[in-house]
Design a protein around this ligand. Structure first.
Ligand code: KG4
Ligand code: ZN
Length: 336
């Protein structure tokens, strides 16, 4: 079964063709990130306008790459991200997908972007057969940080999530604070942190909510603590970056491992842009090994936004909807 996926939740215009949920036949991503770097943050209208400009050529290029000559015959369904995200951006993908579904007479499968992130673990993964459920899933992106138990495809239980900033948002804000990047600086911050030879301020930043029994997170106080630290003391940027990254990773790892133990998870899955963080990846793998639970983390290209795992999620959660019922929903939660 070949599914064409469309993802336009934020600043990426993405299209992919995926076979049986696990094989990438083609993927094309156009991004307007460079424009937002100039303004030091995303301007939703600018992102939406770029989506409109790119969507047709991205879909066309993707079909060519997948060697699809007659989509009406060769494509079996259309998958689309309907939320969460920026409303102007989401509408572009949703309306494009509806048009394709109508013209090609194919089922339309709406996909929650956050659930989509989980399926970065299912595509082009030779270990896919070893993903045993129930799994504890940590979805960490620029807009969300959620811990859920996955009992089956489409069957989840919410454990906790951030009560304020998302983990990626904290990385981005601290990167800006430290003068490393004006927009989406998570990976630059992490790179800087890796230059730190000795963390001379180890333990000085808070590990918010780490000693609480629940599975909620809070990252806004951590960001404020970094601000206060750099205002009042003089430490090399790489040392502050390292202490911040360690604090964030401590909390994310601790809660994920505790959740896995509590629900007797058979696997741990990560998803979302922050899952590309090397420090987080190695800490989770190390700690999960200690308790004998296998960890699955998507390759970097499937951590960031892509239509590949949207098409994969649609295959494993094949619930087509009537075209008129599919509506962009910017404030969707992971289990909505
Ligand atoms: O999932 P994603 O591409 O977009 C959303 O759905 O939000 O996540 C983007 C987030 C940004 O906050 C970005 O800075 C962060 O992921 N990110 C990282 C790294 N790579 C991307 N954060 C920490 N370390 C990284 N290596
Ligand atoms: Zn995302």
């Amino acid at each position: 079964m070949k599914i064409l996926g469309v993802e336009t939740s934020c600043d990426e215009t993405a299209c992919a063709v995926v076979e049986d949920g696990v094989k990438e036949l083609a993927s094309v991503v156009a991004t307007s990130a460079e424009l937002h770097k100039k303004t030091g943050g995303i301007v939703p209208e600018v992102a939406a306008r770029k989506q409109v400009e790119s969507i047709v050529s991205v879909i066309k290029e993707c079909l060519e790459k997948a060697n699809i000559k007659d989509p009406k015959k060769e494509i079996d369904a259309i998958a689309v991200t309907y939320g969460p995200g920026l409303i102007g951006s989401l509408l572009v993908g949703v309306e494009a997908a509806k048009s394709l579904s109508f013209i090609w007479e194919k089922p339309l499968i709406p996909v929650n972007h956050l659930i989509g992130h989980i399926y970065g673990n299912y595509v082009e993964n030779e270990r896919v057969g070893s993903i045993e459920l129930p799994a504890v899933v940590l979805v960490v992106s620029g807009g969300h940080t959620d811990l859920v138990v996955m009992y089956d495809h489409g069957k989840y239980e919410y454990l906790g999530g951030t009560v304020d900033d998302a983990a990626g948002e904290a990385f981005d804000k601290v990167a800006r604070l430290l003068g490393l990047s004006k927009y989406l600086g998570g990976s630059q911050l992490s790179k800087k942190a890796s230059e730190c030879e000795e963390n001379t301020i180890s333990g000085r930043l808070p590990r918010p909510m780490m000693d609480r029994e629940n599975f909620d997170f809070s990252f806004s106080g951590l960001k404020t603590a970094v601000k206060r630290l750099v205002e009042n003391e003089n430490h090399p940027v790489e040392v502050v970056a390292c202490e911040f990254e360690t604090a964030a990773v401590d909390v994310l790892t601790d809660k994920t491992i505790r959740a896995a133990k509590k629900v007797k998870a058979k696997s741990i899955l990560l998803g979302g842009g922050v899952a590309a963080n090397k420090c987080l990846r190695s800490r989770i793998i190390f700690e999960a090994e200690e308790i004998g639970i296998p960890v699955f983390i998507p390759p970097n290209k499937y951590c960031g936004d892509s239509a590949v795992y949207i098409a994969s999620a649609a295959f494993f959660n094949n619930h087509p909807a009537k075209i008129k019922d599919v509506k962009a929903d910017p404030s969707l939660g992971i289990l909505d």
